[in-house]
Design a protein. Sequence first.
Length: 338
Amino acid sequence: MRHLVSCLLAFIVPTIMACTAAAQPTLTSGTYSPVPGELFTGTSMGLSWPGPGGAGQTWDFSNLVGAAGGLNNYVDPVITLGGALFPTATVANQYPGFDNAFYYEATSAGYSELGFYAPPSNVRSCSDPILLMSYPLTFGSSYTDGFSCSETGGVYDVVRYGTITMTADAYGTLILPYGTFTDCLRLHEVRDFIDAFSSLPDSGFVTRDYYHFVRPGIHASLLTMGTQVYTQGTSTIISEGTTMLDPLSTWIDPVGGAAGLMLLAPNPATDRVEVFVPSGDVTAVELCDATGRTLRSWTIRAGAQHAVLDLSGLPCGVHVVRIVRADGSAEVQRLLKG
C-alpha cells in the first residue's frame, strides 16, 4: 500500500552559516549553534523546488504563501525536567507550556542531537549522537556520520540507527517574500535510518532528503524544503513540505533594512511584550515612561537574544524600552501599552 501525504515539515532542523564580506559563507561553531533564549517561528506550505546548485546562484521564493508552522524555543537544559538525563547538553528545544524537550550539544567540532525526554518516562538517548553539523563547512565540502539511538517508555521500545550526509552544494542570494538575503549557503541533507521495534515484526525504513538555505548571523534555516519516505512492511508514507523562517526571527534585516534594531512584539501590547535583539551582548533591559524615568529593569543572561517583559500594573500610554549593551551603548524603541 502506498500513500502520498502532503504535510508540514517539522520545524526542527536549525542551520546557520557565517562568512566575511565578498567571501563564500563558512559554517563555524560560533555562528551555527542555537543558544538558550532564542525563539524561532516558521511558516509552512507545500513542497517547493530547491533550484540550481553551484556558486553565485539567485533563488527567488518571493511568492511563497503559507500558514503558521512550527516553533523552536531554545532554553537552558537545566530548567527542563529531562535535563539531568543529558548532562553534556548545551541547549534544549522545548515548546512553551510543555515538558517535552529535545537536547543538543554544541562543541567547536560540531552540533549534535543527543535525544529527547517526554514525561513521565519516554526517553530517547543516543549512544552515538546525530551530528547535525560538522565544523567548518563551506561550499563544496561535506561529511557523513553514523548514529545510533534507543527509545524506551513510549508506545514501543525502538532502536534507531543510520547515517546523515550533509553537503554544501551552493551559495548565493535568497529572495523571500519579506526581503532579500545575500551570502546564503545551501545545504543538502540526506538522512537514512532504520527503526527496529522490539514488539513489531517489521522495521521502519526512512529516507529524508532536505535542502536548507542558511545565512550568516541567523541561528536557524531561512528556508527548509524536502521529502521523507517511510516504509514499514507493505506500507509507504511520503511526507513533503517547505518551512520558511518568519521575519521576526531573522535577527538581522534583509538588504536595505535597518540592521541592528531590536524588535518588540506585540506592539501595542497589554500585559507583556517580547524583546528580540540581533546580538547576544545585551546586559540589561529597562522600561521607561515617556519622560525617560525608569519604571522597571531586568538583568539579561549573557548571550541571550530574547526577553519577556511583564507590563502588568503599568498605566496605559507611551513607554520606552531601552537595551544596554556590554560596551555601554544603548538603544531605545517606543512601546504603546493599551
